[in-house]
Design a protein around this ligand. Structure first.
Ligand code: FAD
Length: 290
């Protein structure tokens, strides 16, 4: 059924990196929920696999010195059940809860969701708002990369062929006071990918917006932060006029396209509606303390 030409089981990250380097053209498989679909469609880029499924190093959860580290191998279900996530960054749990159905959430990993480069990845908008550093291991050692800019094109990310995404490091001190919210607009409420996904993060100071972070999936060729809209929000009171100004600026940030799922015009309408709603939901979260 699957045209697998080579299969290597890595016992450690170091071994996975060596295997990727020694066998050019090999791909990592974590939960396999994307890779096995590719294999089934005879995508010949996925016939040589390095298996990192359930490696304990990739399941690490560590909160210390004001940072929270989440291993890339945590499944959506494990991420949703993680106390540190629900306490400090509940928007990530919200985003994970919108993925597919229970079976996929039990297998698919948060690392695979970002490393596959999908523009519709449900964790992408939430992570863009939370601004973790991506911790990556290659043959030269460990490097860190910002979440913004990691997606370089449709299905493309800034990972070298021998690199493994170890996980996400969140700066909890920097996130203090940030309320955040995510909404996935899809044609069905389960087992469907986003027509548009929107996450917002808001920090208020003295009744004015001190920090707005607005991110979308499926609104451009890659998941994106809306820098023009964010700039338009600075020091504004949170009222209808300010939201209208933010939404007007947003049109310059996004480039939705027409596909069989939705037209460009319909997507633009959803983008504007969700922006207003998510900013309001994030501001409510900031009041509550999340
Ligand atoms: C029926 C179905 C429904 C789905 N619904 C949704 C949905 O609603 N929302 C959504 O966002 N996604 C959805 N997906 C897509 C998929 O489940 C997710 O993208 C998932 O997060 C992929 O994770 P994985 O561990 O299964 O990745 P895998 O399939 O193992 O790998 C995916 C890609 O990432 C690379 N990779 C994996 N881990 C790493 C790592 N640690 N370092 C470097 N590269 C790595 C692999 O080489 C591969 O290219 C769905 C898939 C299916 C089959």
């Amino acid at each position: 059924m699957f045209d697998i030409q080579h299969y290597y089981k890595a016992e450690s990250i170091a071994q996975a990196v060596e295997m990727l380097a020694a066998h050019p053209g090999s791909r990592l498989v974590a939960g396999g929920t994307d890779v096995l679909v590719k294999l089934r469609h005879f995508d010949d880029k996925f016939t040589r696999l390095v298996d990192i499924h359930a490696l304990p190093e990739l399941k690490k959860i560590a909160a210390q010195d004001g940072k929270l580290f989440l291993g890339s191998g945590l499944t959506f279900a494990e991420t949703m059940a993680c106390e540190a996530v629900t306490q400090y960054i509940p928007v990530l749990a919200e985003a994970c809860a919108t993925v597919a159905g229970p079976q996929i959430r039990n297998m698919g990993t948060i690392g695979g969701n970002i490393a596959n480069g999908a523009v519709s990845a449900d964790t992408a908008a939430a992570l863009l708002v939370l601004e973790p550093m991506l911790v990556i291991q290659g043959r030269e050692g460990v490097r860190r990369a910002a979440m913004e800019g990691f997606h370089t094109g449709p299905g493309q990310v800034a990972l070298a062929a021998d690199e493994v995404l170890l996980g996400f490091e969140f700066d909890l001190a920097g996130l203090k006071g940030l309320g955040a919210a995510y909404y996935k607009y899809a044609m069905r409420s389960a087992m469907d990918i986003a027509t548009i996904g929107c996450a917002a993060g808001v920090k208020m100071e003295g009744g004015r917006i001190a920090d707005l972070r607005l991110a979308f999936t499926v609104a451009a060729p890659t998941p994106l932060r809306c820098r023009r809209a964010e700039a338009a929000s600075l020091n504004q009171p949170l009222n209808d006029a300010a939201v209208a100004k933010i939404i007007a600026a947003l049109e310059e940030d996004v480039q939705p396209r027409t596909s069989w799922r939705a037209t460009r015009e319909f997507r633009m309408r959803i983008i504007k509606t969700l922006a207003g709603r998510m900013i309001a939901a994030a501001a409510e979260g900031a009041k509550r303390g999340n």
